[in-house]
Design a protein around this ligand. Structure first.
Ligand SMILES: [Zn+2]
Length: 67
């Protein structure tokens, strides 16, 4: 399940609803633009908070922070 968030704390994997990409907040890069996504209300977290869950929901890995 993807849940809209208004902060970056308390979870690891962060999805961009619009681009259908997810990021690893433990390895975040400047160009991931996490703050911009949050302020646009386009950020989600996943339940459970795993890569597998994000992929299952149709999100692709960010090429900057996930390999
Ligand atoms: Zn990223």
């Amino acid at each position: 399940m993807a849940i809209v968030v208004n902060s970056r704390f308390g979870f690891r994997y962060f999805g961009d609803i619009e681009k259908k990409i997810f990021h690893d907040l433990y390895n975040e890069k400047h160009d991931c633009r996490i703050n911009s996504i949050i302020s646009s209300n386009k950020g989600v977290r996943f339940e459970p908070d795993t890569e597998e869950q994000a992929i299952k929901e149709g999100y692709k890995k960010c090429e900057l922070c996930l390999k």
